[in-house]
Design a protein around this ligand. Structure first.
Ligand code: SF4
Length: 323
């Protein structure tokens, strides 16, 4: 069966302007040639250090940032080729949940108004059926009708995130980008919201792109995981395989930093030297060579290809001269 989402060589480059005339003096390659598939009803976990381009990738897929190049196909429709009005219609199938739901909920609208709005904009249903749908969505996310006439500031962070999720569900989307959706929550609330997302995936068949800097959280919720570094994917694999048998040196370093209750853990930790380079001036060859403990002379000269090392089902791919 065709994957729900196909991302092909997606790029998002931002112009950097300088001088008196604000001329373009360079390009920040926030996303630079990303490709992956997301099957229906599955979750793709996207990890990487802050500033690696993962949030920009999520937004470029939804065209909240206009891509510089590449293609995104959702259920066979080329999102990148749609003109404005067709894109607005298509938007009901793809939604986003933000890290800070408070920022995305209007403080002057009640929860009822907030949840009705997307259905009113897309002219879906009748006033009665919309209200029924709001009650159903609140039930799905574990809230009752008593919240309908309250305002966002009256809720806790976890409750607000549930409202943000209910809002993302109002238009029955096929695909949701969850951008650091649980990062701001306490650990106990985090697991409740993660369980809710996993249930939505299972029961409603929604596909998620789950973006997080937290590898333990991503492991809990994803069918496959992609590791990003300086605007590129460096490794993707089924979740179990990536955590059991990571191949790229960057993935190994990230995984070695997850704390485990083992006194020998410190000795196994791979400490990366140096800072992540600026995406404005990425190093030549393999972008990771300035920090890689296994770098070879070829790594300074040539960009490694993005190649499969295991086919079948969800493939295991890696961009590294070691393979
Ligand atoms: Fe390290 Fe070379 Fe592989 Fe890059 S290509 S990750 S520098 S070994």
């Amino acid at each position: 069966m065709k994957p729900l989402l196909q991302v092909r060589n997606l790029r998002k480059h931002f112009p950097v302007r300088g001088g008196f005339f604000r001329r373009v003096t360079g390009w920040l390659k926030a996303v630079d040639g990303v490709s992956f598939d997301l099957p229906r009803g599955q979750t793709f976990g996207l990890v990487g250090e802050s500033g690696c381009g993962k949030s920009t990738l999520g937004r470029a897929i939804l065209r909240l940032h206009e891509p510089t190049g590449g293609r995104v196909l959702l259920d066979g429709t080329d999102i990148t080729a749609l003109e404005r009005r067709a894109l607005t219609r298509q938007r009901r199938h793809m939604q986003i949940i933000f890290q800070d739901p408070y920022a995305s909920l209007s403080p002057r609208r009640t929860i009822l108004q907030t949840l009705l709005e997307p259905m009113e904009v897309h002219r879906l249903g009748t006033p009665e059926s919309r209200r029924e749908k709001v009650l159903e969505l609140l039930h799905i996310v574990g809230l009752g009708p008593e919240v309908l006439h309250r305002y966002p500031h009256e809720f806790s962070g976890g409750q607000r995130q549930r409202i943000g999720i209910a809002r993302a569900l109002t238009l029955d989307p096929k695909f949701i980008v969850a951008d650091e959706a649980v990062s701001a929550l306490d650990v106990s609330v985090q697991s409740q919201v993660l369980n809710l997302i996993a249930r939505l995936q299972r029961e409603l068949g929604i596909s998620f792109l789950f973006i997080s800097h937290d590898l333990a959280v991503v492991q809990h919720i994803s069918d496959q995981v992609g590791v990003m570094y300086l605007g590129r994917l460096v490794e993707t694999a089924p979740t179990d395989e990536l955590y059991r048998d990571p191949r790229h040196p960057y993935t190994r370093a990230l995984l070695s930093a997850i704390p485990v209750p083992d006194p020998k853990w410190r000795s196994r930790r791979i400490l990366l030297q140096g800072e992540i380079p600026s995406p404005l001036h990425p190093p030549p060859g393999c972008p990771f060579h300035t920090r890689c403990p296994e770098a070879m002379p070829v790594c300074r000269r040539e960009m490694p290809d993005w190649r499969p090392i295991k086919e079948g089902g969800i493939p295991h791919r890696v961009a590294c001269h070691l393979y």
